[in-house]
Design a protein around this ligand. Structure first.
Ligand code: ADP
Length: 250
């Protein structure tokens, strides 16, 4: 469980996050919605260690994680997905997945200097894991395609795949649906739901597509002007007058 207490993030005099308080329950798929400029992405980046909060406190299972850098949070199983960087576009989808664990363990990489057999064993294990991840995400058919050539939705699935390579526990996903066709959007929703139900992942998802939110998110948290306005099921949120006003005001 992650508890976010009175978190502020100011840019100069501007209060992008202005006293946000919320709880993310273990094994939930929490949807974060709100009009543009509400502070959702900034709050995400503060929780995931990309930005340091101006003030406030964040705890994970009771442990203070306020201001920890992303790599430390990564080792605790908390990570934010990022778009696949341009320079990885020429590698295949499978290779992109195989890169992930190698990048996190200096010792293991060091170990591999000492034996070709170990290198071969590690590579085989990584490849098997990458293939298992691709199959789980129903994208085995793109294993050998270059990541730069696949569609936006497939890239989102590959980003999700990277979290599976490191057995993440809590995953922050930003704008899954932007520019993704409906069929793939539902494939992504289904993968998130299965990761949640079968593997105990917790998700926090920023999304504008209400069908997507309705399909998988409970609870839904609505932010506006840097604060949490309301929390509940999507039906409750949609009926909330403050929420309606916040959306109409934009
Ligand atoms: P949302 O994700 O809800 O659309 P953001 O968190 O991206 O909102 O942005 C909230 C507000 O903070 C916006 O008005 C945005 O312009 C501002 N903002 C975000 N990042 C910065 C920054 N690095 N410097 C200055 N202002 C920023």
């Amino acid at each position: 469980m992650i508890v976010i207490e009175d978190v502020h993030k100011h840019f100069g005099g501007f209060r992008a996050v202005d006293g946000a308080t919320l709880t993310i329950q273990d094994q939930s798929i929490t949807g974060l919605i709100g009009p543009n400029g509400a502070g959702k992405t900034t709050l995400f980046n503060v929780i995931a260690g990309v930005l340091k909060p101006t003030s406030g406190r964040i705890t994970m299972a009771g442990e203070d994680i306020t201001g920890l850098p992303p790599h430390e949070l990564f080792h605790k199983g908390l990570l934010r997905t990022f778009q696949i960087a341009h320079e990885f576009g020429s590698m295949t989808c499978r290779e992109n997945l195989m890169m992930v664990p190698g990048g996190q363990s200096g010792e293991r990489l060091w170990d591999t200097w000492f034996g070709r057999k170990r290198i071969a064993d590690e590579e085989r294990a990584l490849k098997a894991k990458a293939d298992e991840v691709l199959e789980f995400l129903t994208i085995s058919h793109i294993s050998n395609l270059r990541a730069g050539e696949i569609s936006g939705g497939q890239k989102k699935l590959l980003e999700l795949g990277r979290t599976m390579m490191v057995d993440a526990k809590i995953v922050f996903l930003d704008e899954v649906g932007a520019g993704v066709n409906r069929t793939l959007l539902y494939t992504i929703a289904d993968a998130i739901k299965r990761l949640n139900e079968e593997r105990g992942y917790t998700f926090v998802v920023i999304e504008h597509d209400m069908d997507f939110i309705e399909k998988i998110c409970d609870p839904v948290i609505c932010m506006a002007e840097g604060k949490v306005l309301a929390e509940g099921t999507l039906a409750e949120i949609k009926a909330n007058e403050q929420v309606i006003e916040a959306y109409l005001g934009t």
